[in-house]
Design a protein around this ligand. Structure first.
Ligand SMILES: Cc1ncc(COP(=O)(O)O)c(C=O)c1O
Ligand SMILES: [Zn+2]
Length: 394
């Protein structure tokens, strides 16, 4: 396992020591301050073969099989990662990366397992987060496993499962009459007085490190062959940014060939699509989306903090951003559940619906090898999906 060389600001390039816990770049002169990326010296891995390095040995199982590229600390783990890569029954070159198999039922487990691991390592006692729902459940679970207090702020209309699980895990939960951006403001205003350490999306370095394991994993599961496209339902964008970081590291250590990257395809709901708008306008950053509303609660992020980084990745990968309607999302949930046996979250179904669109308009060919991220289980959305599909007990 590598020790961390330094944290690097995505905006001004400053190098910050990882000896003490950090949030965003303390040296940025312009606002918003840059997110910090964890940098290691990976030279010793150059020329190695993944099969000699990547091993599944408890507690270094699941996503921790990539301990060679993760911080050198004892993990707080509930079994996250190494989720199924399911080949579609209908599309020969298409796979669903089913993140619904994670503890707490979503990919948020990866980022929060890593962030809580580091929080325990640093001796932090109180963590606070604004959440669209699933990050809250994941933080609450890992905080409970680590004996750390969790302070959670989420919109009052989050899927019921998110509220129930967070309370059951013993977190301090506040329901807010507003969006995740309003929750974020409350955390920012109160954190100093309350002694909370904030682990909001892209405002601490380690959620990216957890999520980057999706990039390693999808390549290992495809025999280290880079697919043509990766579809990602985008809210705050940590997964997209994390996977791109993984591809950078993989190129650096030589486990994938330089130059060949998947097209990164960012999918949002037409009810909240700031990234799609910014992408099509050729902007460097997004603008606050007004009146954000969508069945895909995780995509209801009106102004992602990492927007500029994501836009660069979409460009660098020859990728694109597109939106689908809630009606298309609901139709895709039913389609994949009844035809493939895969119960998608609304966020995951935004991706499958977007894939249908790009196949139909010829942007992608059936021969293209494609990975579709189902970021969570449909089971976390029972009341939402029941209503959308008009399913009632007699
Ligand atoms: C199920 C699900 N998918 C996707 C997202 C968006 O993830 P990210 O913030 O990494 O873009 C979320 C965020 O809450 C989510 O819960
Ligand atoms: Zn900076």
């Amino acid at each position: 396992m590598p020790s961390i060389a330094y944290l690097e600001c995505a905006r001004c390039g400053a190098r910050i020591s990882a000896d003490l816990p950090q949030t965003v770049c303390p040296e940025c002169t312009e606002q918003p301050a840059g997110s910090l990326f964890v940098r290691y010296d990976l030279m010793h891995l150059k020329g190695t073969k993944p099969e000699d390095v990547v091993k599944d040995e408890r507690p270094w199982s699941g996503m921790w099989r990539y301990r060679a590229v993760l911080p050198e600390v004892e993990p707080v783990t509930l079994g996250e990662g190494w989720t199924p890569m399911l080949p579609s029954r209908r599309y020969p070159n298409t796979f669903v990366k089913d993140e619904g198999a994670n503890p707490t039922g979503t990919f948020k487990a990866r980022g929060l397992a890593m962030a809580v691991t580091m929080a325990r390592h640093y001796g932090l006692h109180k963590l606070a987060v604004p959440s669209a729902g699933n990050a809250a459940g994941a933080l609450a679970a890992y905080a409970a496993a680590a004996g750390i207090e969790a302070y959670i702020f989420m919109p009052k209309d989050v899927p019921f499962a998110n509220y129930v699980e967070a309370v059951a895990y013993g977190a301090h939960v506040t329901l807010v009459d507003g969006l995740i951006s309003d929750c974020g403001r409350i955390v920012a205003e109160r954190k100093q007085k309350e002694g909370w350490f904030e682990i909001s999306t892209l405002k601490e370095p380690f959620r990216i490190e957890g999520k980057k394991t999706m990039g390693y994993e999808l390549l290992e599961q495809l025999g280290w062959e880079v697919p043509d496209a990766v579809f990602y339902p985008t809210g705050g964008g940590v997964g997209l940014i994390g996977m791109w970081k993984a591809f950078d590291e993989l190129e650096e250590i030589g486990w994938i060939k330089p130059g060949k990257r998947p097209r990164m395809i960012s999918v949002q709901s037409s009810g909240c699509a700031p990234m799609v708008k910014a992408f099509h306008e050729g902007s460097k950053a997004s603008q606050m989306w007004q009146n954000a509303a969508t069945i895909a609660a995780g995509l209801r992020v009106p102004k992602p903090y990492g927007d500029a980084i994501m836009l660069e990745i979409l460009k660098a990968s020859n990728g694109l951003a597109l939106s689908v309607t809630d009606a298309e999302i609901v139709a895709s949930i039913r389609d994949w559940a009844s035809n493939e046996g895969v119960y998608l979250s609304p966020e995951g179904a935004s991706v499958t619906a977007a894939y249908d669109k790009l196949l139909a308009d010829g942007t992608l060919k059936p021969a293209d090898r494609v990975v579709l991220f189902n970021t969570g289980s449909g089971l976390k959305y029972t009341e939402v999906i029941a209503e959308a599909l008009n399913i009632h007990r007699a």
